[in-house]
Design a protein around this ligand. Structure first.
Ligand SMILES: [Zn+2]
Length: 300
């Protein structure tokens, strides 16, 4: 085992790689023509935010990739995770030709990717029992389309309860029931979970039965790097997409404020060296590395 990080390549230093920096995990709810509730966003607002991300050098990865520390974005670019909660109809549906409906979140993600080469069209969908309002056969076909096209299916429980108020048995039923539903529709298990309302269950017994790679909260700041000592894969932070949110000060804590902050403080943001098999960062950050990643660490 090495006792100190090896030196980074000149190219990694030239792009100011910092794989100890923060990663925005943006949380979206309903996508509608006309937003009704504070967390809703219009299709135009989603398009504008994704275009901003693309123009600022962000490349989407899935929540599972972040949690597993597999951040494969080009040198000098920044990972972002797009998450959509509650599997509402505005997220996804296929048209008669089998293409994603253009007004849905998936349609808008594909449009931004077409207009901005290098913007990878992937996202993570945190599903509840009602899957995008699709009936049985459509739901199965739709979920398979998403998986085949690089999207991740995540668990958001069957009925979207506040898990902090439930018994261990009820928590296991909500999480396990949704795993069963995803498996029945796709043959797959999910690898990440998002807590409804970001509320954490008191009993942690379910973790052994459902060993997710990552579990996501509901706010209020970007995620730590998965290679940083402070990263906790059972409590990964997300940022709410902008909106008119009463209980939360969006001038500080929603997506626009955080993206502005990371643009103004590029040293705080995750910047890739282009090689997902190494963890590259300035030497002064060495203390923050999670010990297990030392063999892959490269410093400059
Ligand atoms: Zn939710």
């Amino acid at each position: 085992m090495p006792t100190a990080a090896l030196p980074a390549s000149a190219q990694a230093a030239a792009v100011k790689a910092n794989e100890m920096g923060q990663v925005p995990v943006i949380m979206y709810h309903r996508i509608l023509d006309r937003p009704e509730l504070p967390l809703d966003r219009s299709g135009a607002e989603l398009y504008a935010e994704l275009t901003r991300l693309a123009k600022s050098g962000y490349v989407p990865i899935t929540a599972a990739q972040l949690a597993a520390g597999w951040v494969d974005v080009p040198a000098g670019r920044h990972p972002v995770v797009l998450t959509f909660d509650d599997s509402t109809p505005g997220h996804f549906g296929l048209d008669a030709q089998g293409a994603p409906k253009p007004e849905t979140a998936v349609g808008i993600i594909h449009r931004v990717a077409r207009e901005n080469p290098g913007f990878r069209p992937v996202a993570t969908f945190y599903l509840n029992e009602d899957v995008f309002g699709l009936d049985g056969a459509q739901a199965a076909a739709g979920l398979k389309w998403l998986v085949q096209n690089g999207f991740e299916l995540g668990n958001h429980t069957v009925n979207h309860p506040d898990l902090s108020g439930l018994s261990a048995k009820e928590v296991a039923r909500e999480i396990g029931g949704m795993e069963d539903r995803i498996r029945a529709l796709t043959g797959l298990r999910s690898t990440t979970l998002a807590y409804p309302f970001g509320a954490v269950p008191r009993d942690k017994g379910w973790r052994e039965r459902y060993p997710f790679k990552g579990v996501f909260l509901a706010g209020w700041r970007p995620s730590d790097s998965p290679f940083a000592d402070e990263f906790d894969r059972w409590a990964i932070h997300r940022v709410r997409s902008e909106g008119k949110i009463k209980e939360n000060d969006c001038t500080k804590f929603c997506s626009t404020a955080w993206l502005d902050h990371l643009d103004e403080h590029p040293d705080e943001r995750y910047t890739s060296d282009g090689d997902p098999r190494t963890v590259v960062f300035p030497k002064m950050l060495e203390d923050r590395l999670a010990k297990g990643y030392l063999p892959w660490a490269r410093v400059y």
